[in-house]
Design a protein around this ligand. Structure first.
Ligand code: AMP
Length: 417
């Protein structure tokens, strides 16, 4: 099940921790960065939120700092993760703690950031910590209070280095790195590489391995055309089949909420003579690899996948993503649609919206600060009550206005977004 992770060199304990997370395939940055990081190399990675970068440094830290069972908690600090905000500090701390359950001996993880009382943090650091996640200002505060020692640090991580600099932490970072031993591992992640970021990287890293994984940079991404089609939930399979027959989509990734639905829809499409297969966590590794290889090679046209199964999936030239079921969060929506429009080509993201998911889709729109025009496909107009039929082409937003007006407004909104 986790053989793809095992090949990267993770210990058995961490492989179990990864399996507990439900991660089946490493994300591209994990596949590219973990082997070098686990060997102790310095690393510079171009990575966005959502790329799976947190697990790269979390797993590397946990494996590098691994202790034999029963070993005492270290004095001093083993690994330090510097992050720009307190929210990120908390989030990163949680990820490390979750994965640390796979460590042989319990590891002490401390999270320190400004905006809250310093005393509990001083108490938490007493006697040292294996891993400290910190914002730079509070860390220096704790150094001045002699609450933390960094002289024996083994691994330094800079997460979201560009944001650390944007937040005005350059001086603090310089003061912190002055306190660190010369021999240590450095892991450096940034979404952008402006000259100041490169300069910082040069200052904290030695002969780093560079890992660039193309990920979705929302603002700079090539246009992803977003569509929402209003349809009754019960008609979605028929609509999907119709769209696949009607439109010249070559390779289509369809997101479905459950394993069972994955199978059911794939079967219905196959019965209609369309090349479709399911990908979900219940499948044996062999079957999963086979399906992925076919999809990658272009011999399989439609892949129906759950979020989990599709997470690490990286397919070149994916043209269309269909949200048969909406994702739970706006972040997942961004992940999903970011799978199209890779390598400079425009992609299409189609979401099916029904009466019971309309409110949820509006939430997703709000979160991404962008409205998506509601459309209807002739023959599949919704009959369910909460999506009121509108004279003309209709649509929630279109009530009383012409299609042309709505298109113009949508274009304006897209421009604003
Ligand atoms: P990050 O870019 O580190 O913020 O991670 C984004 C999300 O991806 C988090 O919700 C992780 O739990 C998830 N994630 C990380 N690695 C994997 C993986 N190999 N497979 C599936 N999900 C993952």
């Amino acid at each position: 099940m986790t053989s793809a992770f095992a090949a990267l060199g993770l210990s058995d304990g961490l492989l179990r921790a990864v399996a507990v997370q439900g991660w089946v395939m490493p994300t591209p940055i994990q596949a590219a960065a973990l082997p070098a990081a686990l060997r102790g190399r310095d690393l510079i990675g171009c990575a966005h939120t959502g790329s799976g970068k947190t697990a790269v440094f979390a797993l590397a830290l946990l494996q590098r700092l691994a202790l034999p069972a029963g070993a005492p908690v270290a004095r001093g600090t083993g690994g330090l993760v510097l992050v720009p905000t307190r929210e990120l500090a908390v989030q990163v701390g949680e990820v490390i703690r979750e994965l640390a359950r796979g460590a042989a001996a319990p590891l002490k993880v401390a999270v320190v950031h400004g905006g809250v009382s310093v005393n509990p943090q001083m108490r938490a650091l007493r006697g040292g910590a294996h891993i400290v996640v910190a914002t730079p200002g509070r860390l220096l505060d704790l150094v001045e209070r002699n609450a933390i020692g960094l002289a024996d640090l083994g691994v330094l991580v800079l997460d979201e280095a560009d944001r650390l600099l944007d937040a005005g932490f350059a001086e603090e970072l310089a003061r912190i790195t002055d306190l660190l031993p010369a021999r240590r591992q450095g892991l450096f992640f940034s979404a952008t590489f402006a000259p100041a970021v490169r300069q910082l990287a040069r200052a904290v890293l030695q002969d780093p391995v560079q890992v660039d994984v193309p990920t979705l940079e929302e603002r700079d991404a090539p246009a992803i055309v977003q569509q929402a089609i209003e349809v009754d939930a019960a008609q979605r399979t028929r609509l999907l089949r119709h769209l696949l027959e009607d439109r010249a989509w070559s390779r289509v990734l369809v997101f479905v909420a459950t394993r069972h639905a994955c199978e059911r829809v794939a079967e219905a499409l196959r019965r209609a003579g369309l090349g479709a297969a399911a990908l979900h966590g219940d499948m044996a590794q062999g079957a999963r690899s086979r399906v992925l290889a076919e999809f990658d090679a272009g011999t399989l046209r439609v892949l129906l996948a759950t979020d989990i199964a599709a997470r690490g999936l990286h397919v070149e030239g994916l043209q269309v993503v269909v949200n048969f079921d909406l994702p739970r969060s706006a972040a997942d929506y961004t992940h999903r649609i970011g799978r199209t429009a890779r390598a400079g080509a425009a992609g299409l993201a189609v979401s099916f919206v029904s009466a019971d998911t309309e409110a949820h889709f509006r939430l997703i729109e709000r979160r991404q600060g962008r409205r998506v025009l509601r459309e209807r496909v002739p023959g599949f107009e919704p009959k369910d009550a909460a999506l009121p039929a509108v004279p003309g082409v209709g649509g929630i937003k279109g009530r009383g206005r012409s299609r042309k007006d709505r298109l113009r407004e949508a274009a304006q909104r897209a421009g604003e977004g």
